[in-house]
Design a protein around this ligand. Structure first.
Ligand code: ADP
Ligand code: MG
Ligand code: MG
Ligand code: MG
Length: 774
């Protein structure tokens, strides 16, 4: 989230009059961005992470842990150079930057300046920067308020979960569970909350399957039976809540969760497009491998990640767009303005749901049904927070793997925007135009009256308004606009943001996942694997990734390992043991040429390891049949179902992602002096740290150590306090939070070998030996 615009945010019914204005000008701004930046090249591989924290008030006397909603001033203080010069200087000196987030109990922090991805030291600096962020935040807070990196607060939405207590009676969300006092005080956020509800024509509704335990009553008994404060109070009884599910009704359940995001800059637009496409099939796999949210609204749920919660939490689509029957007495068009005759026409059609394909025809039968301001009304399969709808294509890059048939799902576009984008021939190609024309099917959610008129040559707020409220698994981030005199080489270029990761409890883990993604991105750019699979398969994988323990128990559609376009022989030896050889023996003891290129292994070992590998291409492919009938198109494509372990760790005959990263480190990131052996103890320490980062991700993928979700579920279900009814009581919540504090403090004295259980013996002893927690 960038800086907040100051001004007066408009209510939906006022702001919707400007929807077309924002889209038209936003696209004009995008065209100007392409005019200014399409041809820039040679940008450095820079990258940065974003970490989101929850401020938790830990009351040890009462054994309570609650979300703190009255310490949000620290965010302003840390950014207030004049009013709080010391705090400001402290953050600046630590090279950290704090940003607002949806929740009043939330903080986001990033490095003040991005990291240099060509410099080995910066991959090792990330964790230090993350540690500093926590330290700086803690210094501004009383001791009982602890910034924790929890993906979802387990009891958010339960009777009393905030400190100080607040009642769920707020007009912005109208939630039955979340008080408006949890929402960031900046007017943008309550307006955003209310406008989503107003556009949709009902509150959002999220239903998560309960984790069925022996005493579980498959009914969400936290829904108040008789509240009569807002007319929306009756929605759970009109179909919004589903039996056997935990029901949530507000934006805060999703936007109040935390995640880890990583942004990388390609050298030019084409490299970034290839990177975006290649990361796409990895989004569900890494979501599963970072799973950290098995508890919502005080219930253990039958899934491990936050994604569908946040997707549902900002789903502003009307009933007709979602193609579902409205609740009794509700308008199928939600908050959209539609002519009376068109409304009557659609009523006659039985509500326009399930008829007329993806677009709805108007009363005269010849043109498409439109809102009063001329935007076609279409069926929209996904929330604005969801997995990506299409690849960008790499045909302008030297890889050229993309095939249009990979974009195989129905993805509605704004055809007016598409034609506006093609007005200047050769400026934006078809795939990219379709990408933006898809993002621009959405309406702006918040507009500030002072920001209606903008200079489209220098400002890009209208573009960003739509772009940054499309919260997808990946974001393709174009540069901003600058005066013609500005040297563009020092300004941010074409970037790709990786967004599915759940936040981890410790800085070590968050650094590990960030470094994994950034190094992998650099390795992708270098080794150019072809990882394309049809988008429909990625969507299937997104569903799979929600499953309990998906990372070890499920398989994901993926490009068959023989078809990544990599020669496995070139990656042999670059597994995690490469680090041990490099650190302990160096290359000197072995024959230099082949051993160096082959990851410091001798020929015999290599031959032994690969004796049973088949050299043939594609012969292990499975012809895929998918549930949504796309198999006919895809039958000949080389994809199969792989486990996260196979994808991340590879096998004797296939490199997997880790070997790409290790080879990148070995062949591109080592300092000049250390090409053949590790020459200093400092370098040895650095290499051991990188090895342990990779071990963490590797072990989570192989199941050698648990995901956070698995660990949390076990903590709850094994507690003597747990009644086997899926409920996470205030006491269980407190005990779990205390344990997460032990983990995030690397408290090796914690009872029951907690740290070893959490990290596994191998990583735990590394952390202990290198002084974590002291
Ligand atoms: P948003 O919330 O829109 O994703 P933020 O500003 O919160 O954006 O975070 C963006 C991340 O991108 C930060 O970690 C920042 O360090 C990083 N970053 C900034 N400039 C660049 C750049 N030129 N290339 C890559 N990453 C960058
Ligand atoms: Mg954020
Ligand atoms: Mg951000
Ligand atoms: Mg971000």
């Amino acid at each position: 989230m960038g800086l907040l615009s100051l001004g007066t945010p408009m209510d939906w019914h006022e702001s919707k009059k400007w929807n077309e204005h924002v889209r038209e000008n936003g696209i004009e701004q995008l065209l100007n961005i392409f005019r200014q930046h399409a041809k820039r090249d040679g940008d450095k591989f820079l990258w940065g992470d974003e970490v989101e924290y929850m401020l938790v008030d830990v009351n040890r006397k009462e054994a309570q842990a609650r979300l703190s909603i009255d310490h949000d001033h620290i965010l302003e203080d840390l950014n207030d150079e004049e009013g709080h010069p010391e705090q400001f200087a402290r953050a600046e000196a630590a090279n950290v930057s704090f940003h607002p987030e949806y929740g009043r109990f939330m903080l986001e922090a990033t490095p003040l300046r991005p990291y240099d991805g060509t410099n080995l030291c910066d991959y090792l600096y990330v964790e230090e920067n993350m540690v500093d962020r926590r330290v700086v935040a803690k210094e501004s807070l009383p001791a009982n308020i602890v910034p924790l990196t929890l993906t979802a607060f387990p009891r958010m939405g339960c009777a009393t979960f905030t400190s100080p207590p607040a009642k769920a009676i707020g007009p912005a969300s109208q939630s039955l569970f979340l008080p408006d006092e949890i929402i960031n005080r900046h007017v943008r956020f309550p307006t955003l909350t209310a406008n989503i509800r107003k556009r949709r024509g009902a509150k959002v509704s999220i239903n998560l399957p309960m984790f069925p335990d022996v005493n579980t009553k498959l009914i969400d008994d936290s829904i108040p039976l008789n509240r009569d404060l807002f007319s929306s109070d009756s929605e759970p009884w009109l179909g919004a809540s589903k039996p056997g599910h935990v029901y949530m009704d507000s934006m805060g359940f999703g936007m109040g969760s935390s995640c880890l995001q990583v942004t990388m800059q390609g050298s030019d637009i084409n490299e970034s497009r290839y990177l975006y496409d290649t990361l796409a099939p990895l989004t569900p796999v890494l979501l599963a491998a970072s799973a950290a949210s098995p508890i919502f609204k005080g219930y253990l749920v039958n899934q491990d990640v936050r994604w569908n919660v946040i997707s549902g939490a900002v789903d502003d689509r009307t009933f007709i767009e979602r193609n579902v029957e409205p609740y009794r007495g509700y308008d199928v068009f939600g908050g959209l303005d539609v002519s009376k005759s068109d409304k009557e026409h659609v009523e006659k059609l039985g509500g326009g749901v399930g008829v007329n394909g993806d677009r709805v025809v108007n009363s005269s039968g010849d043109t498409l049904l439109q809102t009063l301001d001329g935007k076609p009304i279409q069926k929209v399969p996904k929330s604005r927070y969801d997995s990506i709808d299409s690849y960008l294509g790499d045909l302008q890059h030297d890889t050229k793997y993309f095939d249009p048939q990979y974009n195989d799902i129905y993805s509605p576009i704004n055809s007016k925007v598409l034609s506006q984008l093609s007005q200047e021939k050769g400026l934006i190609d078809e795939q990219l135009s379709k990408h933006f024309a898809h993002l621009f099917i959405r309406d702006p959610l918040v507009l500030f009256s002072e920001r209606i008129d903008q200079d489209n040559k220098l400002e890009n707020d209208h573009f960003e308004n739509i772009q940054s409220t499309n919260w997808q698994t990946l974001r393709f981030k174009p540069p901003a606009l600058y005066p013609a005199t500005r040297d563009l080489s020092t300004t941010p270029g074409w970037r790709v943001e990786f967004r599915p990761l759940e936040i981890q409890l410790t800085d070590f883990e968050n650094a590990a996942y960030s470094v994994f993604i950034s190094l992998l991105s650099k390795a992708i750019i270098k080794f150019k694997p072809n990882l394309y699979v049809p988008i429909s398969k990625i969507d299937e994988n997104m569903k799979t990734a929600h499953n309990v323990d998906a990372v070890t128990k499920d398989k994901f559609w993926f490009r068959s390992q023989d078809s990544w376009g990599l020669n496995h022989d070139e990656f042999i030896g670059y597994d995690l043991s490469w680090f041990d050889r490099f650190i302990n023996r160096g290359n000197d003891e072995l024959g230099v040429d082949e051993v160096y290129l082959n990851g410091y292994k001798d020929k015999e070992t290599i031959e032994e390891e690969t004796a049973n590998c088949d050299d043939g291409d594609n012969d292990s492919d499975i012809t895929a049949t998918s549930s949504n009938g796309t198999s006919a198109n895809n039958a000949s494509l080389p994809f199969s179902k792989l486990s996260a372990n196979e994808i991340i760790n590879g096998s004797a005959c296939h490199p997997g992602l880790i070997r790409l990263i290790v080879k990148l480190i070995a062949t591109e990131l080592l300092p000049e002096t250390a090409q053949h052996h590790c020459d200093t103890s400092k370098l040895a320490q650095q290499m051991t740290k990188l090895q342990n980062y990779l071990k963490l991700v590797s072990y989570r993928a192989s199941g050698k150590i648990p995901t956070i979700a698995h660990w949390m579920r076990t903590v709850v279900t094994q507690s003597p306090e747990y009644a086997r009814d899926s409920k996470v009581t205030e006491r269980l919540n407190y005990d779990l939070i205390e344990k997460t504090i032990h983990v995030s403090d690397y408290d090796f004295t914690a009872a029951g070998g907690l740290l070893t259980e959490y990290f596994g013996a191998d990583i735990a002893s590394y952390l202990k030996e290198t002084g974590y927690g002291q």
